[in-house]
Design a protein around this ligand. Structure first.
Ligand SMILES: CCCCC/C=C/C(=O)SCCNC(=O)CCNC(=O)[C@H](O)C(C)(C)COP(=O)(O)OP(=O)(O)OC[C@H]1O[C@@H](n2cnc3c(N)ncnc32)[C@H](O)[C@@H]1OP(=O)(O)O
Length: 364
């Protein structure tokens, strides 16, 4: 049916808004800006906001897109929004047809490589050109890979990174992907995603091992407090610059880090952003053992293969006994941290830090 010949009803418009939320494949910034502009035009009419300052890159791009629609009538904007979403539907259909957890052997993942052999499921972050920064797709894929690993016949599950980094943490361009409901909706969606993501680590039923091949930043560090063992190359560093980014700790680190390393050492990392070497992280209990980079892979994998020969039921039951007492507390901490972060993401301190990184004015 030729949709452009029709007038989109309010119901069509609302359906399209819901479809956008279900898109798993990122349609790209240009399309997202167009969607934003059409949504604003359809609901509020021509651009009525003061023009943002030149350094307010994200809001300026949004303002430009909305303003470019001039005096397009609300009904036409609504129709154009519905047509644009419908043109994106092939990616919607194909992504929703993917059966979660059916494809663990290196296929079905855009941002990970997942393999399973010798009793070990290995999940490798695979965005080496971006230092394995975790974008929205990767959050979803890691959750999918963990859920599949929890049910497969492996004994242990390993997370590691491809390239020179373990992971540079949250992909800061995630913050530019603003839904029609604006920054508040973005912050809320991100808090929901983060809570679900960290929840997968809290509930993971088998021993979870990190093989930290290089520097780790932000959430890739905080999550380590939920792992059962952490092996690190002597090239690895551990950095949680939350205050510098106008943010606050996540991954249950506000609870696990003070317990693991003492409250004062946790303060140095989580509040003051002190970067630890692998040796320092090991001395403070965050890392289990450090290996010279030249022999790291060989030594660690020899050890892990031996672990994976242990009787599966005993291993799984022991993990449950250890985690059981803490699980409820960890979920409470996770919920609180996400709640606090939701507010932080709306702060000027956070916005300025992200804009400075994206406009190449700052790096860690
Ligand atoms: C929704 C849940 C939210 C959960 C909350 C999580 C919070 C966190 O994880 S906070 C930590 C966030 N991470 C950062 O702030 C790191 C930012 N990155 C850097 O400071 C640097 O890139 C670096 C120190 C990690 C590496 O520097 P360098 O060796 O000089 O390499 P490049 O900067 O040239 O990086 C290559 C390439 O990768 C892009 N990139 C690296 N990290 C990120 C990142 N975290 N987010 C987005 N993009 C990242 C970098 O921009 C370069 O891209 P191109 O210029 O396009 O090549």
């Amino acid at each position: 049916m030729n949709r452009t010949a029709m007038r989109a009803s309010q119901k069509d418009f609302e359906n399209s808004m819901n479809q956008v939320k279900l898109l798993k494949k990122d349609p790209g910034n240009e399309v997202k800006l167009k969607l934003y502009a059409l949504y604003k035009q359809a609901t509020e009419g021509p651009c009525n906001m003061p023009k943002p300052g030149v350094f307010d890159l994200i809001n300026k791009a949004k303002w430009d897109a909305w303003n470019a629609l001039g005096s397009l009538p609300k009904e036409a904007a609504r129709q154009n929004y519905v047509d644009l979403v419908s043109s994106l539907s092939p990616s919607l259909e194909s992504s929703s047809q993917v059966e979660p957890g059916t494809d663990r052997k290196s296929t079905g993942f855009e941002t990970l490589v997942v393999t399973s052999e010798d009793g070990i499921t290995k999940i490798t972050f695979n965005r080496p050109k971006k230092k394995n920064a975790i974008n929205t797709e990767m959050y979803h894929e890691i959750m999918r890979a963990l859920k599949a690993a929890s049910k497969d016949d492996s004994i242990i599950t390993v997370l590691t990174g491809n390239g020179d980094y373990y992971s540079s943490g949250n992909d800061l361009t995630n913050f530019t992907d603003i839904p029609p409901g604006g920054v508040e909706e973005k912050a809320e969606n991100s808090a929901v995603l983060l809570r679900e993501f960290v929840g997968c680590f809290i509930d993971f039923p088998k021993p979870l091992i990190a093989v930290v091949n290089g520097p780790a930043v932000g959430i890739s560090v905080t999550l380590l407090g939920l792992f059962d063992a952490v092996y690190a190359s002597d090239r690895a560093t551990f950095h949680t610059p939350f205050s510098h980014l106008g943010q606050s700790p996540e991954g249950c680190s506000s609870y696990t880090f003070p317990k693991i390393m003492s409250p004062a050492k946790a303060t140095e990392m989580l509040i003051f952003g002190k970067k630890l070497t692998a040796g320092e992280a090991c001395a403070q209990g965050l890392v289990t053992e450090v290996f010279p980079d030249s022999t790291f892979q060989k030594e660690v994998w020899t050890r892990l293969k031996a672990f994976a020969k242990l009787p599966p039921n005993a291993v799984r039951i022991s993990k449950e006994v250890i985690r059981k007492r803490e699980r409820e507390k960890l979920h409470t901490v996770n919920a609180e941290e996400c709640n606090v972060l939701q507010g932080r993401w709306l702060s000027d301190e956070c916005t300025n830090a992200v804009v400075n990184f994206l406009s190449r004015k700052s790096k860690l």
